[in-house]
Design a protein around this ligand. Structure first.
Ligand SMILES: C[C@H](O)CC(=O)SCCNC(=O)CCNC(=O)[C@H](O)C(C)(C)COP(=O)(O)OP(=O)(O)OC[C@H]1O[C@@H](n2cnc3c(N)ncnc32)[C@H](O)[C@@H]1OP(=O)(O)O
Length: 700
């Protein structure tokens, strides 16, 4: 709901119709009805020769109003939405007697670009973003985009833009034929008006995109392109159906014409919009934007303080990754190490991280040198008085961290934020020997820190709201999604996912093949299965972190002998290229038949196979046995208020663990229920069918 559409008719006979619906001029149903009303009025008025459609405040439109989807997905009627494609885009705009020109500034995405494509020409400002990103929401373009974009830019480019949900800039749009002219923002309306008048008077051709065929490939070629795209989708996104629905609509249009394609698109859109995948992906869209609107903090209206200089203590894998993330966003960073050897190694890692961007063509040599010059290596705290924030990233040793924080308190100014990158240790312990509890905060990055998009911000009871607001702002500035979490073993992400590997170890001890487990979980949508993940993390780290969970949650852990036996056999994971898999020089994983004996040993020691025989189970059982305990732990994290809102856990799981976003939203759904029992130990799973073993019972 909301938004408005205005119309002003000039002395030149051009009606300028303006969409007004901040912040992105989304096409809410009221806006679409408003557009219809103004177009009908313009058609009737004798003083109107031609029409220009534009958006207020330098933005054309961010597309259909996404806030309307949840209601439709819960069974609400989609009302006028289903008619927009033919009633508004074709009959009212494209086939009207008076021509329309779109004046596009800022962005024309989704329905916004579709609206512009039903006009007879498009004039854009240089920095406009143009795209059909609907697929990232689990839906497909629904206002004729699957038909008009291929007709304007050709099939290959149109399919790429839709499947990748990737917008293009005006210049590329002009080269492709999507944009007719690029002009400065101040000339936008003047030029668009002139184009509209020129089309009305016949000086310029009146082109209807839906009927064009000049950019379309021949039928044979088109079929090949679509066949290739389908195969790609099936290979890279086997659990998703909406990209295939999108290709079906495109194909129908190529074979039977734009109008028939439009009807097919409407049918496919209606099916996609109510799918579980769309529910999950729409939830993720809003979850991502909700993370900084923290109840209890947002209302305080605090402004983030300026953070210019940051220090990182420890230049290991995590520390150097954090330094890289900071310098990439223009921060000056001091990297402190304990001796020159470690310091040079840390600086070398930062350099290598940046060099890899140069190699991939993502950074120029000049930018590389400028970025690297932002890091200064030191061995003492002498220059720490100038820093606004310190992030400690040394090994997980409580005594060491405590002594570092004592030093930091002595050497930093008294409003400097003191952050720790610990992934498991209680923050109260880390800061136990300091008096600066209000500015002590967790900044938990995920490895590799310069690539992974999540930043868990951990607060204690004493962390000040200002420190939280400051770290949130820094997180956004370095292009991370910051999620605020409470203090507990593993915080939100590692805590929720500790049963992921433990349940997998238990299944192995029950006789299920480890590669089958990994394949089942990967096919379900995780980026890798639990055994491959353990190899990646490294067995040393895995065992140390596992021990923390055993200590913290003894009632619901499964302690397998598998990891210790692998360590005894000098199998450390990817680190020495021997773990549950073996790895070649390019780190390509291959199953390792030689570990059969180690697995058997662990199975014998655990003695949990029913009657000593391997447990038979389907792939679905495997997924449930592993993911249900994860969901249970998520419920506990919510119940203990470790996260303030359920959507934070959804987005943290997606960005921190690669949980498939199209399956996301379940945790938010579950949080609507009252958890009445949480005390069923994971180990009992073997005695029940997987479904019975969900140890969260909830009532609606
Ligand atoms: C039938 C049609 O084919 C179907 C459609 O059109 S579906 C919609 C297709 N459009 C999209 O997918 C675009 C989605 N939006 C975006 O990618 C980005 O928001 C953007 C590029 C427009 C702006 O990005 P950015 O400047 O970083 O701001 P961002 O924080 O993302 O968004 C600003 C606000 O606009 C809202 N917003 C953005 N697009 C919206 C949309 N299409 N509908 C409703 N709200 C929208 C956001 O939720 C956010 O609200 P908040 O301030 O309350 O959190």
């Amino acid at each position: 709901m909301g938004g408005s559409v205005n119309m002003e008719v000039g002395a030149d006979g051009v009606a300028v119709i303006t969409i007004q619906n901040p912040p992105v001029n989304s096409l809410a149903i009221d806006v679409l009805l408003g557009l219809k009303e103004k177009y009908v009025e313009a058609a009737k008025r004798d003083d109107v020769k031609a029409i220009v459609v534009t958006g207020a405040n330098g933005k054309f439109s961010g597309g259909f109003d996404i806030t309307a989807f949840p209601k439709i997905q819960q069974g609400g009627s989609n009302g006028y939405l289903s008619k927009v494609s033919t009633d508004l885009m074709i009959e009212t705009i494209e086939e009207a007697s008076k021509p329309s020109v779109a004046a596009v500034a800022g962005l024309a995405l989704g329905g916004g670009l579709e609206l512009s494509m039903s006009c007879h020409a498009r004039i854009a400002t240089p920095k406009a973003q143009l795209g059909l990103p609907e697929l990232q929401l689990g839906i497909i373009p629904g206002f004729g985009g699957t038909q008009r974009l291929p007709r304007l830019v050709g099939l290959t480019k149109a399919i790429e833009m839709m499947l990748l949900s990737k917008p293009i800039a005006s210049e590329e749009g002009k080269q492709l034929g999507l944009i007719d002219e690029i002009v400065s923002p101040k000339d936008l309306l003047v030029t668009a008006r002139q184009w509209a008048l020129d089309i009305a008077s016949g000086k310029k051709p009146r082109l209807s995109s839906l009927h064009r065929t000049d950019k379309l490939e021949s039928l044979g070629e088109a079929r090949e392109i679509i066949k290739f795209a389908r195969a790609q989708v099936k290979r890279t996104a086997p659990n998703l159906t909406h990209p295939l629905l999108c290709l079906d609509a495109v194909e129908e249009g190529v074979i039977a014409g734009g109008y028939a394609g439009n009807l097919k698109e409407a049918e496919a859109f209606a099916a996609a919009v109510v799918s579980d995948n769309a529910k999950g992906l729409v939830n993720v869209f809003f979850a991502q934007r909700a993370t900084t609107k923290v109840p209890g903090i947002a209302e305080l209206g605090l402004k983030p303080r300026k953070i210019q200089n940051v220090a990182v203590v420890g230049g290991g894998l995590m520390g150097s990754g954090i330094v890289t993330a900071l310098v990439l966003s223009g921060y000056s960073v001091i990297l402190k190490e304990i001796n020159d050897k470690f310091l040079q190694a840390g600086l070398g890692r930062v350099k290598a991280n940046l060099q890899s961007r140069v190699k991939k063509g993502k950074m120029s040599q000049e930018k590389f040198e400028k970025t690297l010059s932002l890091v200064k290596g030191v061995l003492t705290y002498d220059v720490f008085k100038s820093v606004d924030m310190v992030i400690e990233a040394v090994i997980e040793n409580i005594d060491l961290k405590q002594s570092i924080f004592v030093d930091l308190e002595k050497n930093c100014k008294n409003d400097c934020i003191l952050a720790t990158n610990t992934s498991t240790i209680d923050l109260n312990l880390v800061g136990a020997k300091t008096r600066s509890q209000d500015r002590l905060i967790g900044a938990h990055f995920f490895s590799p820190a310069h690539i992974m998009p999540l930043l868990e911000i951990v607060r204690t009871d004493k962390t000040s709201p200002q420190a939280i607001v400051d770290l949130m702002a820094l997180g956004k500035a370095i292009k991370k999604t910051p999620v605020l979490v409470g203090n507990c073993t593993g915080f939100a992400v590692n805590r929720v996912f500790f049963p992921y590997t433990m349940a997998a170890m238990m299944l192995s001890d029950l006789g299920v093949d480890i590669y089958r487990i990994d394949n089942a979980i990967k096919s379900w949508g995780m980026p890798m299965g639990p055994f491959r993940l353990t190899d990646l993390v490294g067995f040393g780290v895995g065992a140390a972190v596992g021990a923390q969970f055993v200590k913290a949650f003894p009632d619901r852990v499964y302690v397998s002998k598998l990891l210790p036996r692998m360590l005894e056999a000098q199998r450390l994971g990817e680190q020495n290229r021997k773990g549950f898999y073996v790895y070649d020089e390019k780190r390509k994983a291959r199953p390792a038949p030689e570990i059969k004996e180690i697995i058997k040993e662990s199975q014998a020691e655990s003695g949990i196979m029913p009657n000593g025989k391997p447990l038979a189970m389907t792939d679905k059982d495997i997924v449930e046995m592993i993911m249900f305990p994860v969901v249970n732990e998520a419920c506990r994290v919510l119940a203990e208020k470790i996260v303030v809102q359920a959507s934070d856990l959804d987005i943290a799981s997606v960005l921190g663990m690669g949980f498939p976003p199209y399956r996301c939203g379940r945790i938010s759904d579950i949080s609507q229920f009252e958890i009445i029992s949480l005390d069923f130990p994971l180990f009992c799973c073997q005695m029940f069918s997987p479904l019975q073993c969900v140890h969260v019972f909830y009532t609606s």
